[in-house]
Design a protein around this ligand. Structure first.
Ligand code: PMV
Length: 343
């Protein structure tokens, strides 16, 4: 008989981007993100005394190809979870978004797994001083940005002069923002559902020796300062300017590394231009950000939901693969589920 624990953990979208790292998973610059609500991974971790055997089930199907990644994660987190070598595990994981959507599941997936292991640590009577801090540190070792999925509405990771308690090792909850930002909407336009051509691991590595790396890392600190003030003041215009500039800078770093690469598609640029045109013509506060991929995250206040969704349907949807997009919004972080909560 196996014991089990289940956590549902969300994805997040960075406003100031983490791009570049040192060993192991130490960010080269601070980042801050909106925690999402709908895009999430639910993971049940089953365990019984054993010798570290592992099985991974993705959407109910045994998926051995995921085992190496999780084994590496268990090795990396051995200091935090020294008990893992004395148990056998089954990981059962479900994503709320389609696998082929181009939405990365590493942040939500690794944070869900980290939360399950932190719960087991507690159940075994081992000392856990700060539950979410341990979970965030563990998540970071699996996926850097995953450290930020542990807290909502926003989370900051990496030392920043204006964020008390900020650390390279784990993310901290961030909530010193005008209420407009705690209900912000994120409509994710699915431009390209294919596999990413360059993994984020390879992308981070290309910041080593990148000609613009040092100035980029300084800029991230400065952008984060400007963004924090804008969010505290409810200053949408400055928020939008920093967030869009961060997205384009992230992709500029990719285009100016060696080897260089481009993750945006023609439709990504069509959408960006349409957002700029619409904003200029109507004055509506609608902005974009990008992840390490072609999809566009359209960001706007909840008060403008109706008009922006109409704009998306009428002018942006045509650029989406099969016309598909996902409506999400700022969320409040992970949730532990009991057996009766599960389908
Ligand atoms: O956490 P990783 O290694 O998948 O890197 C994520 C990098 C970006 O998504 C591009 C930016 C970020 O801060 O989330």
């Amino acid at each position: 008989m196996m014991e089990e624990v289940t956590w549902k953990s969300p994805s997040n979208i960075a406003l100031v981007k983490y791009w570049g790292k040192y060993d192991i998973q130490i960010p080269a610059n601070p980042s801050i993100s909106f925690t999402l609500s709908e895009a999430a991974t639910t993971t049940t971790l089953k365990y019984k005394p054993g010798r570290g055997a592992l099985k991974v089930f993705l959407e109910g199907v045994e998926t051995p190809s995921f085992e190496p990644k999780i084994k590496t994660f268990l090795l990396r987190t051995l200091e935090l979870f020294p008990f893992t070598s004395d148990f056998d595990f089954e990981v059962h994981t479900y994503n709320s978004f389609p696998h082929s959507s181009g939405i990365a599941s590493s942040a939500s997936g690794m944070s869900a797994l980290a939360l399950c292991l932190t719960s087991i640590k507690e159940t075994l009577g081992l000392e856990v001083l700060d539950f979410f801090q341990v979970a965030s540190e563990a998540a970071r070792l699996g996926s850097g940005s995953g450290s930020r999925s542990i807290y909502g509405p926003l989370a900051a990771w990496g030392t920043h002069a204006e964020i008390d308690g900020s650390s390279e090792h784990y993310a901290v909850k961030f909530k010193d923002v005008d209420t407009v930002f705690t209900t912000f909407q994120d409509t994710i336009l699915l431009i390209d559902k294919g596999e990413k051509t360059v993994s984020s691991t390879a992308g981070h590595a290309l910041m080593d020796g990148h000609p613009y790396a040092e100035s980029r890392f300084i800029q991230a600190h400065e952008n984060q300062s400007v963004l924090l003030t804008a969010m505290l003041d409810g200053d949408l215009e400055t928020f939008g300017e920093v967030v869009e500039s961060e997205a384009l800078t992230l992709h500029s770093m990719m285009m100016t590394s060696l080897p260089y690469f481009v993750l945006m598609k023609p439709q990504t640029l069509e959408v960006i231009n349409a957002i700029w045109r619409f904003r200029k013509a109507t004055g509506n506060p609608v902005y974009f950000t990008l992840d390490a991929g072609a999809n566009v995250h359209v960001l706007y206040p909840k008060s403008h939901k109706e008009i922006i969704l109409k704009f998306i349907d009428e002018e942006l949807r045509t650029f989406c693969k099969d016309g598909s997009y996902l409506c999400d919004e700022v969320g409040f972080g992970p949730m532990k589920l009991n057996e009766h909560d599960l389908d």
